[in-house]
Design a protein around this ligand. Structure first.
Ligand code: AHR
Length: 780
């Protein structure tokens, strides 16, 4: 029998703000998601710069339900007399006959609940003194009951109306009718449910935000991701990088911007609203700012002109924390929040690659630490778990004494299991890890379980890992840019994936401090995969035209050598070389890119057992910016290590890859580019961490079982008060109609022997009975 003793007196690492959230506006996470605005393109600002399909009337329909189009001189989108310089476009109606426009939001239908109220608002400006419009809800295409609204101001003015839904529907529309002889301009046509999260005006969708609140996150990183640094350098451009000053002040006066995920962002959910949401969630705000460097488009602000960007960061601290007699603190007060938001973390950059970023980070760091030593600054270590940019980020963070370094990786479940000890040996004196984005690339239970086992390693290393958050967080089911995601929704419903179940469990029961534990009689670790990298080799095209010559494969074990004729790859064809079973071999070739797509290179497959089980050397990967060693395991892609590199057309490169066991080394022109080991996959019989939760005054043993058999364990210290367990089949996924497909058991029978389900998780809540009764029961 396995026995677990929790050492109540051995309090160890503080868990601090370990588990939090990462919000990025991708997948329509803000507009059409968390932001409760129901109307798509409320301000007629959509443009082809956002998306090829967009135009200023995108999202709007006429009275017949057809896409709304301009009617000469009668119904037009104009910009000559705008509501605000930042919100230029508006609808001008000057019509003899009545005109109807309608909007069905982001999911081909608005969600209305019978008896619930909705706030309609718009800005309008009549050209004749007295005008009126009629507003109503249409259910399932029925003719709406209309309410009249007088438009009687002289200039642009805001109008409000409350509508109450008479039916429940997912396919409703907002209908606005302009009666005969209308002559007015209208903009910011908006509809919000009255019941937003915490009833905030311009607030968040209640159901989605409540799922976040239920997690009890310790922090929230916002507003992205790639969203932060993908864009132009001029804050006034429609496709500018995410500049926070564009997102504060009156909502109607904010510009809308191109979102790099292929849509328009209204910025109605802006930095003020993010801060407010963090406060409502009880989470530390963790904003991320761009550093004047867009690695995607290789755009950099000259170093001498970085003052404006650094000032933005200083002003953000003033906006969040400054007194109300400062410029930005006064704006915060004006927006409704005189009290400071007490921001203590600030991220500079996201997944940054290239020295250009780090030259700029140095400037931010110096200025920010000088003015605000109290703010914890977060540096960046690129998009992958290892390689040149990862090392560059860490080196720069150590040089500057950054407080944390933002790491990102999206990898296979087996990679996560193999890397359980990733943080065991990092320097506790250096910056802390902020694992700002991670996931195992699927929403199946096995993925969530692998993430859970990895999280045990995160919290065991809480002295070195300061913060961690799963990514991405939200997706609208009709607008998926990136999957997997933690929470899915449409216009009416929301569900948490099985990954959400795990994240919620770990976050809600994070605890305050680690405590010591010992377990006796645990079975030995199981080696699941330590096979050497053997199998087929082949070249694979990736859109570029490549000539390859001097191809030699050498088996270092036997001395056998194979030579292959010169070959040319184009498009995505695959040219097989040889199957090799040796544990020590190398492949040499020269190549020249002769044409094809500019932002493409090619790949070498090796150790290939199937399409779903292979290794890749990618030369000119990701937009021809990388040289990477990757693997595909169980069909899931992992970047094992990455170097930045660009394949020049017409240049001949001399390449060598050496494989020994599970070690891989690549070089180009005699220089080592990538060096890595694909760690063996070794699974523990049980992943264990124990924590103390100050608020609950309870100890929690967190047990993750990846094995196909249940594991019994007897807790020999204290009194077992409650056991919460989840289990499922490896392939189990949650869906909109099956929101909790896992088996959940909650035991309160006091039994000290706990059965951790096969491929399951148990959190055991333990009371130190020697302390006497403090709390009756901790959770219902
Ligand atoms: O989380 C999705 C994207 O993944 C983020 O925008 C980016 O930081 C990462 O590449």
């Amino acid at each position: 029998m396995v026995e677990l003793a929790i050492d109540f007196d051995q309090k160890k690492e503080e868990l601090g703000d370990l588990y939090g959230l990462f919000f990025e506006d991708l997948n329509h996470a803000a507009d059409g998601g968390l932001y409760a605005e129901m109307i798509q393109n409320r301000s007629f600002e959509y443009t082809h710069l956002d998306n090829d399909d967009y135009h200023p009337l995108y999202g709007w329909q006429d009275g017949n339900g057809d896409p709304l189009t301009e009617v000469k001189l009668q119904l037009r989108v104009l910009s000559d007399d705008p509501l605000h310089l930042h919100n230029r476009h508006y609808l001008k109606v000057n019509s003899r006959e009545a005109r109807t426009i309608a909007n069905d939001g982001y999911n081909q239908g608005l969600f209305f609940e019978a008896g619930e109220s909705y706030d309609f608002s718009c800005f309008a400006k009549p050209d004749l003194l007295q005008q009126r419009i009629q507003v109503g809800i249409s259910y399932e295409g029925e003719v709406p009951k209309l309410t009249e609204l007088a438009i009687d101001g002289r200039d642009w003015q805001e109008y409000h109306l409350q509508l109450t839904a008479e039916q429940t529907t997912k396919t409703g529309k907002l209908v606005v009718v302009f009666p005969e002889l209308t002559d007015l301009a209208i903009d910011m046509i908006s509809l919000f449910p009255v019941k937003t999260f915490k009833n905030r005006p311009n607030g968040c969708r209640k159901d989605i935000a409540e799922m976040l609140a239920a997690m009890k996150p310790k922090f929230m990183r916002f507003p992205g991701g790639c969203l932060v640094h993908d864009g132009s350098l001029n804050a006034n451009d429609h496709d500018s990088m995410y500049r926070w000053k564009n997102t504060v002040g009156p909502v109607a006066f904010r510009p809308t911007k191109r979102n790099n995920w292929g849509y328009n962002q209204s910025l109605g959910l802006g930095f003020y609203e993010y801060f407010l949401l963090c406060e409502d969630l009880g989470a530390e705000p963790l904003p991320v700012l761009p550093a004047g460097w867009d690695p995607h488009h290789q755009r950099a602000v000259p170093l001498a002109e970085m003052g404006e960007w650094i000032q933005d960061a200083l002003d953000l601290i003033e906006f969040a924390n400054g007194s109300t007699d400062t410029t930005w603190g006064a704006l915060r007060e004006e927006m409704g929040h005189p009290e400071p938001f007490n921001m203590s973390y600030l991220g500079i950059g996201n997944e940054e690659v290239g020295q250009q970023f780090f030259d700029r980070y140095d400037l931010f760091h110096e200025a920010l630490k000088k003015a605000h030593p109290e703010i914890k600054l977060i540096n960046s270590s690129g998009p992958f778990a290892a390689g040149s940019e990862y090392d560059r980020g860490w080196a720069n963070a150590k040089k500057n004494h950054s407080d944390l370094v933002d790491e990102h990786f999206y990898s296979s479940p087996s990679w996560f299991i193999a890397h359980h000890h990733r943080y065991d040996n990092i320097d506790p004196a250096g910056p802390k890890v902020f694992l700002g984005e991670y996931a195992t690339k699927d929403n199946k239970w096995w993925n969530a379980l692998a993430e859970a086992s990895f999280m045990i390693g995160l919290e065991r290393n809480a002295a070195k890992v300061g913060l961690a958050c799963y990514a991405p967080m939200l997706t609208n089911v009709a607008h998926v840019n990136w999957a997997p995601d933690m929470i899915w929704y449409d216009q009416a419903e929301v569900y948490g994936t099985v990954n959400y179940t795990v994240q919620k469990l770990f976050t809600e029961f994070q605890g305050t401090q680690n405590v010591g534990w010992t377990a006796t009689d645990l079975p030995a670790d199981a080696v699941w995969d330590d096979r050497p990298i053997t199998g087929a080799c082949s070249f694979k095209g990736d859109g570029a035209e490549i000539r390859i010559s001097e191809i030699f494969l050498l088996d270092n074990e036997t001395g056998q050598q194979w030579a292959f004729p010169d070959m040319t790859i184009s498009n995505d064809e695959e040219l097989p070389l040889q199957d090799i079973q040796s544990e020590d071999y190398q492949l040499h070739f020269r190549f020249t890119k002769t044409g094809g797509q500019e932002k493409k290179g090619f790949k070498l497959n090796y150790g290939k057992l199937s399409d779903d089980d292979r290794y890749i050397w990618s030369l000119g990967g990701w937009e021809n910016q990388d040289c990477m060693v990757e693997s595909i395991k169980e069909g899931y892609h992992t970047v094992l290590t990455q170097n930045i590199w660009h394949v020049e057309t017409g240049v001949s490169y001399d390449c060598l890859i050496k494989i020994k066991g599970r070690q891989i080394q690549t070089s180009v022109d005699g220089v080592v580019f990538n060096e890595t080991e694909d760690l063996p996959v070794v699974a523990k019989p049980l992943y264990i961490n124990t924590v103390y939760d100050e608020k609950l005054d309870r100890y929690i043993a967190k047990l993750v079982n990846l094995q196909p058999e249940p594991q019994e364990i007897t807790v020999t210290t204290g009194e077992v008060e409650k056991v919460i367990s989840y289990s499922g089949e490896k392939e189990t996924v949650a869906t909109m109609t099956n929101k909790q497909p896992l088996t959940e058991t909650v035991l309160t029978d006091g039994n000290a022997t706990v059965t951790v389900p096969a491929q399951g998780i148990s959190f055991v809540i333990v009371k130190d009975q020697t302390k006497g009764e403090k709390n009756e029961t901790i959770i219902g």
